[in-house]
Write a new protein. Structure first.
Length: 206
């Protein structure tokens, strides 16, 4: 089991990155908040979880250990695999998930792609006794001023690909990009991870 990787970031998109560790490039699937903190050419440490299947070994990585704990905890609920777990971590911070489960906030949980009312109720029942410490050490959000600006076409592709990988349709993804375009115009330096989270929030409010 690979629990942590430290290496140079070769590429960093909205949902995945490649980390060079002593000449070996690891493809790691990531969340928007992790994407916001990665810079190509810089050294980064990711807290990872490896999911092993008969035909694949997939790495999921997080800058904050709390997100990895949330990812693992979500999968302890029946019917939740790594794709849905990553969607949960992408939409809800560890604190958000803890509060939603503890307060039985079905509506908040169903903002996650792939989670319907029945799935939300199942999460509440199965995780209620497990989330007490989740998010208690959650750090402040990354500073948007540290992210370098990208071309308009590039961020739209990254956000659209990220949304579609989480289960939204291409039409929904395009609409979400339009919903957050004004944020990019107001602050061209806003990180891609924050753009994706804003797009997710805009879809959840429909």
């Amino acid at each position: 089991m690979i629990a942590q990787l430290t290496g140079t970031v070769l590429t960093a998109g909205a949902t995945e990155c490649v980390l060079d560790v002593h000449g070996v490039g690891y493809l790691v699937f990531i969340t928007p908040s992790t994407a916001a903190g990665l810079r190509p050419g810089e050294v980064a440490t990711l807290h990872t979880s490896m999911v092993v299947r008969e035909d694949s070994m997939t790495l999921y990585g997080f800058l904050e250990p709390g997100e990895r704990e949330e990812f693992l905890l979500a999968q302890s609920a029946s019917g939740v695999g790594p794709k849905v777990a990553l969607a949960i971590v992408s939409v809800l911070t560890p604190t958000d998930l803890r509060r939603a489960v503890q307060t039985e906030d079905v509506r908040r949980l169903t903002t996650v792609p792939g989670i319907g009312p029945k799935g939300a109720q199942r999460l509440i029942i199965e995780l209620k006794d497990k989330v007490a410490a989740l998010g208690l050490d959650e750090p402040a959000a990354p500073d948007a001023a540290t992210e370098k600006p990208s071309a308009d076409e590039l961020w739209r592709v990254q956000v659209s690909d990220g949304l579609q990988s989480l289960g939204w349709s291409a039409r929904d993804a395009e609409a979400a990009c339009e919903n957050v375009a004004h944020l990019v115009e107001e602050d061209p330096d806003i990180p891609i991870g924050k753009r994706l989270r804003a797009a997710l929030n805009s879809l959840a409010k429909r």
